[in-house]
Design a binder for this molecule. Sequence first.
Ligand code: ATP
Length: 520
Amino acid sequence: MANHEDIFKKVISHAKEYGFIFQSSEIYDGLSAIYDYGQNGAELKNNLKQYWWKSMVQLHEDIVGIDSAIFMHPTIWKASGHVDAFNDPLIDNKDSKKRYRADVLIEDYCAKLEEKANKEVEKAKKRFGDAFDENQFRETNPRVIKYTEEIDTIIKRMSKSLESNDLEDVKKLIEELGIADPVTGSKNWTEVRQFNLMFSTKLGSTADTATDLYLRPETAQGIFVNYLNVQKTGRKKIPFGIAQIGKAFRNEIVARQFIFRMREFEQMEMQYFVPPGKELEFYELWKARRLAWHHALGLGEENYRFHDHDNLAHYANAACDIEFKFPFGFKELEGIHSRTDFDLSAHEKYSGKKLQYYDNEKQESYIPYVVETSIGLDRLFLAILSNCLKEEELQDGTTRTVLSLPPSLAPYKVAILPLVKKDGLAEFAEKIYNDLKIDYNVIYEEKDSIGKRYRRQDAIGTPFCITIDHDSLEDNSVTIRYRDSMEQERVSLDVLTKIIDEKANMKYLLLRNHIKDLLA
Ligand code: ATP
């Protein structure tokens, strides 16, 4: 495949063509940055949820899950700081009338410098061959040092200006760096302004009694305001965690990059409640555990990296992202934050209710500290889809498109394909279909040549195709074709479930995760 942009375009068109993701309200020309999941997308998404939920809740005896409402009392968002501080700095280009996030324009500029530094490294790698020491080169090469220092200075200045809300300086920085509108090249910018990302709506039927509400911008607050309910009814002892999967809404200024940045999206969050003073210990533990969870998927450990936040949010005393190598570069996939006692203390203050935990062992009450892990389900979906979509050159000179999903995440685990409809083959195939469908999501297809049917299953990531031919009726055996190797094997019906189970049962993915988790 060609450059990164082409790869990303291919991912987007594949997602639509094969029923993974559709533009929302497409027949009305769509709605910006809102997407619907199609028949295959919904299955993959559900499998991702299951992997996360089972790993968090089922594999950790100290974690339970809840499902809180999207609408919450409006004062919650005042207490959490979202009403006053959940803003992004926006800037408009006066000529193109396009709107950008000022911080993203600056970060993209830095990413280009990083790319230049990486090119120097690549060149040197080729020149020096095996003897090349990358770390030493990065530390001593004057050009690489210059790029790295430049990035550092820019990011530090931006963070400082944003923290002190000095938006004039953010604009000055954009002008000093000569940053132009990426679409038109114009440098004619407006001032930088803050923009609140929460969507608001009204509860109630008449205008004068209606209450202003927000659609939640994160699922975390539903966990905070329920933490004592769960602790008391579940008889939980600190440390313990609460997990939740649910929709969140943000009126993003620039919603590009497909499902990477949406206005309605889904989060999978876990808040872990710990004694004060222990939070950084648990922060490190959860960093290691979450990375292990990603690695267990087998998409290549080199595709993940940690990125520490330079600019800590008002509630955090440590924070980092797990970044993934998307087609457009390393970007945030998951956030891990040590949120201190900020949220619970604020809710205690605003609600007037005591939110202290009584520690029996220490015989004292305190407000627990919180370590959170927060991953965007849709971003995870995009990470998997873009990593697994491959165009392979075959020995006969043709190419095939294959979605090499981890088998337990695939929308369908098995495709049942009778060679022809007649001679009782369809009936025999249907029986196998009915036997397997209790355990797995199975697809049945009898149209088109077997080659075409294989290609279609490759494109949606089905790990096993079962072909039924005339011999099957005689000897009770079928041909199983493996997606990744394309090898075919004649097997007896008796061993079919065992073969599928060994690869496609989520249990083995969880087991891999569990072992890595214990070592973390
Ligand atoms: P970003 O810096 O990319 O805007 P964030 O730091 O604001 O993200 P968090 O508030 O930490 O994100 O949210 C946790 C996770 O939720 C993110 O790691 C990401 O995976 C996901 N997420 C956040 N905003 C969006 C969005 N608009 N669309 C899809 N996923 C999102």
